[in-house]
Write a protein that binds this ligand. Structure first.
Ligand SMILES: Nc1ncnc2c1ncn2[C@@H]1O[C@H](C[S@+](CC[C@H]([NH3+])C(=O)[O-])CC(=O)[O-])[C@@H](O)[C@H]1O
Ligand SMILES: O=C(O)C(=O)Cc1ccccc1
Length: 255
């Protein structure tokens, strides 16, 4: 397999954003301060992040079609874009489009992408994925992005993806999720917090981060994801990775 870009290769300051007590914790935003620490933050916060990037690369290789577009929606610094791009060598007429609505992320994403050589053209668009015009797509990746879209808008975002996928195309969707069983849900959250503590986050950092994301990151259950994807028309929905309350799914459009 191709060497996968390890996002920890990206330059990053250590994440200390929530390390000091805050009078009031404001809603989490993807601003310049977050950009500077983002690779460290996501590696220490999302269990299996590197494995998921590797899987996105593998699945891109399987589902990418010649003469099609591939999208990375909510690309942040372009880690998944790079994982996809590395697996497109030799496929003719493909184009990658990375989308993010944070100007600070987009600026740093462009810098990162310039740092790696490839024949596959990539463009980075600063826009809201709720407004993105997609066309002729074979692979669409949303690696921990849909969870930041207001719940009532999620169906429309996914239907727009489905409508612009070619037959046989795929959506790669990774999300933090809730479990329907309250005791199991609490346990998965607890295991995730243990993971964060093991990665050096303090109780204060964990609780302040939790407060910061609670209004902006409203998470669905895996059942909700599956039902919505099937209602939209996807013919197969499969979880291919799970660690605690984090999962990666693929949803295929029938060929
Ligand atoms: N409506 C929106 N439109 C466009 N972008 C958005 C929107 N809402 C949020 N974002 C963007 O989605 C990204 C989510 S991070 C993705 C990680 C990346 N995929 C990775 O593989 O490293 C996940 C996380 O931080 O947990 C941020 O860059 C937001 O600016
Ligand atoms: O940090 C957390 O608890 C998360 O759920 C993941 C995350 C990672 C980066 C930004 C926002 C949320």
């Amino acid at each position: 397999m191709n060497g996968v870009i390890n996002v920890s290769e990206f330059k990053s300051k250590p994440d200390a954003i929530f390390s000091e007590p805050l009078q009031q914790v404001s809603d989490f935003v993807f601003d310049q301060r977050v950009v500077e620490v983002f690779p460290d933050m996501i590696n220490r916060s999302v269990p299996g992040y590197q494995s998921i990037l590797q899987g996105i690369g593998q699945l891109t290789k399987r589902y990418a079609q010649a003469n099609s577009n591939l999208y990375d929606l909510g690309a942040s610094l372009g880690a998944a874009t790079l994982a996809m791009r590395q697996n497109l060598q030799g496929l003719s007429g493909v184009q990658l489009i990375a989308v993010d609505n944070s100007p600070a992320m987009v600026e740093r994403c462009r810098l990162h992408l310039q740092g790696y050589r490839s024949d596959v053209p990539v463009s980075v668009r600063c826009e809201d994925i709720q407004q993105s015009a997609l066309e002729n797509a074979s692979v669409v990746t949303m690696n921990f992005t849909l969870q930041f879209v207001p719940p009532e808008q999620r169906h429309a975002v996914l239907a727009n993806i489905y409508d612009n996928l070619r037959p046989g195309g795929v959506l790669l969707l990774s999300e933090k999720f809730t479990s329907a069983d309250p005791a199991m849900n609490a346990m998965l959250i607890d295991l995730h917090h243990e993971f964060k503590r093991a990665n050096g986050y303090s109780e204060l950092e964990i609780s302040q981060k939790r407060a910061a994301i609670e209004n902006v990151m409203r998470i669905d259950s895996l059942e909700t994801h599956r039902q919505r994807l099937e209602a939209i028309g996807f013919s197969a929905v499969q979880v291919w990775f799970q660690c605690y309350n984090f999962a990666a799914m693929l949803a295929v459009k029938a060929s």
